[in-house]
Design a protein around this ligand. Structure first.
Ligand code: NDP
Ligand code: 13P
Length: 338
């Protein structure tokens, strides 16, 4: 029997994942808090603000009603921006508790919550009562929505606290263009996914400033080194960072001109202000909030993260980008592997 899935968040990624699940034969409801967007999805079968030049199948149903969206579902997939995940989870938790409903929770968002410094599986675990959830999993990897919707070959990972749930979710999403691996390293997958956006901002900025391929490779490699330093300090498996949600996602996000984070960095590199960049994007740029969360976290935990720190000062202290790059380049020499 078809599995029932609620996809919460009808932006670029939520609508494309809902479309993929619908295509795979699941019974999908796509929830958006925006009634206009629900109307467009149900009547025109488009989502023009987020996914250009694409018509969704008639079978994909959108709803504005969260109670309706999660009624009787096997899975709830959260794909709203990181910083609003807790508020959506609170609403979901209340409905599930009232109905005594128990579901599998998945999220596909990439970020660290500001102020609490929590990963999203931790946020979801705090908000949704264990009596109402069977498992919490994260789906992540190099997967630009714009490429998935055109069926580009895409490989991702599902990491879970529950091996059986991970395998079920793998089966739910897999098809001939979307291949899913399982993992038990929730910490590593979530940290890799969240922090690669910081490196994508930096890569965009370097490009905007006119730096070339050597600079990009340097940033991506040393960026990954500091991400894995922070991740392993929390107990992540170091091998996760050379996998899809580590190096894989850095490659796509720090090189794709579709990436919102790369594009934001590029605009900053060209001299636009952060306010201008955010206002013009109209979609979430996760790396901005996550840079602050990761910077503060690195200070708290005593983990050396020079690139994150440099990008933090550019974003939040108005530091000059060229001068910041100069400071990074003239740091005392050190051994590559420490
Ligand atoms: N886009 C991609 O290719 C990929 C994105 N991701 C991750 O998925 C997550 C979502 O990204 P993406 O889809 O790109 O983001 P978008 O900006 O495209 O969409 C976000 C959606 O969330 C909605 N939203 C905003 N605030 C709230 C709220 N308080 N309650 C409910 N809904 C809200 C937005 O509505 P509105 O705009 O109307 O306010 C919009 O529909 C991010 O964490 C991102 O890193 C992961 C892999 C690929
Ligand atoms: O995470 C992504 C691809 O894996 C999407 O990144 P952006 O949000 O920068 O577009």
């Amino acid at each position: 029997m078809a599995k029932k899935v609620a996809v919460l968040g009808a932006g670029s990624w939520g609508s494309v994942l809902a479309s993929l699940l619908d295509e795979n034969g699941s019974d999908v409801k796509l929830w958006s808090y925006n009634p206009q967007q629900v109307k467009e999805l149900n009547e025109e079968h488009t989502n023009t603000k987020y996914i250009k030049n694409f018509t969704f199948a008639d079978s994909l149903v959108a709803t504005n009603d969260l109670k309706d969206a999660i009624d009787g579902v096997d899975y709830i997939l959260f794909v709203v921006p990181t910083q609003v995940t807790r508020s959506v989870a609170k609403q979901v938790a209340e409905i599930l508790a009232d109905r005594n409903q128990k579901v599998n929770i998945i999220h596909a968002s990439k970020g660290i919550e500001e102020k609490t410094y929590l990963r999203l599986s931790q946020v979801l675990a705090q908000e949704i009562d264990p009596q109402n959830r069977k498992s919490i999993s994260v789906l992540s990897g190099p997967s630009q929505a714009e490429d998935v919707v055109t069926h580009d070959i895409t490989l991702v990972t599902v990491a879970s606290d529950n091996a059986q749930a991970a395998e079920e979710i793998q089966g739910l999403f897999m098809n001939n263009y979307f291949r899913v691996y399982t993992s038990d390293d929730v910490i590593g997958v979530e940290i890799g996914a969240a922090l690669k956006n910081i490196i994508a901002l930096g890569a965009g900025a370097l490009y905007g400033l006119g730096y070339k391929d050597n600079a990009k490779a340097a940033l991506m490699t040393r960026g990954l080194a500091e991400i894995s330093r922070l991740g392993t300090s929390f107990g992540a498996n170091p091998l996760t960072f050379i996998g899809l949600s580590g190096v894989g996602d850095i490659i796509v996000t720090a090189t794709s001109t579709n990436s919102r984070n790369w594009r934001a960095g590029n605009e900053l590199g060209k001299g636009h202000s952060l306010d201008e960049v955010v206002n013009n994007m109209g979609m979430v740029i996760e790396g901005i909030a996550t840079t602050r969360a990761a910077y503060e976290l690195s200070k708290k935990r005593g983990v050396d993260m020079p690139i994150t720190s440099a990008i933090y000062h550019v974003l939040y202290d108005n530091a000059d980008i060229k001068e910041t790059i100069n400071q990074l380049m003239t740091r005392e020499g050190r051994s590559e592997i420490e």
